[in-house]
Ligand binder design. Structure first.
Ligand code: FMN
Length: 186
């Protein structure tokens, strides 16, 4: 399985106030690839490490950091390794279609779907809702970064969790919980 070193993330220079004002769901992306510097900026916003002790851009229940970001693209499924800003492949197949229950045309057209995956072993002593809240904050960070970059995005939760876990070749204790689908606006 391959590893990709991500480039320097694209700069996020829009003011927070402006990004909050402009944030909207946009389900009309082009099929063109999203460049890796833009992808890196969105991933960093969601799960980037910002302290030497490993704490991140987003909060986590009991400071467990039990939710990680994965990426689905035409070239497979990838785990975002925030410590070294790499993507580590988990599956070679394009499994974007498995990440929706009904929005097939849109989801297959969009070049990137980010999957927030909870480690249920790691979070077993936390309240069960905790990792869902973690993932929710990560989704909002994706929206704000996407807005600042002029990228169309949408948080999604309508998908078959077991089917997606299998397609991404993840073990049973890893649970895909929410998604962010992105691409350049049409
Ligand atoms: C938990 C959650 C799940 C969602 N699931 C989907 C989904 O499966 N498909 C979709 O197209 N939009 C989904 N959305 C996006 C909402 O439809 C969208 O946020 C809502 O219409 C409000 O639009 P706005 O984001 O532009 O304010 C979801 C949003 C949230 C917060």
């Amino acid at each position: 399985m391959k590893t990709i070193k991500l480039p320097e993330p694209a700069a996020l220079t829009m003011s927070l106030g402006e990004a909050l004002k402009l944030r909207r769901t946009n389900r009309d992306p082009k099929a063109d690839p999203l460049t890796d510097d833009k992808l890196a900026a969105i991933l960093w916003a969601a799960a980037g490490i910002t302290s030497e002790d490993g704490r991140r851009t987003t909060p986590s229940t009991l400071d467990l950091r039990a939710v990680d970001a994965y990426v689905l693209r035409a070239d497979g499924a990838w785990r975002f390794n925030a410590a070294d800003m790499t993507l580590e492949q988990t599956a070679e197949e394009d499994v974007r279609r498995v990440s929706t229950a009904y929005q097939f045309e849109y989801v297959e057209r969009a070049p990137v779907t980010i999957v927030f995956v909870a480690d249920m072993e790691r979070s077993k002593n936390a309240r069960p809702q905790g990792v869902w809240v973690d993932a929710g904050t990560m989704g909002q960070s994706c929206y704000l970064a996407a807005t600042a970059l002029g990228v169309a995005g949408c948080v999604r939760a309508s998908f078959d969790h077991d089917a997606l876990r299998d397609a991404m070749k993840l073990p049973a204790h890893l649970e895909p919980i929410v998604l962010f689908t992105a691409g350049l606006p049409a």
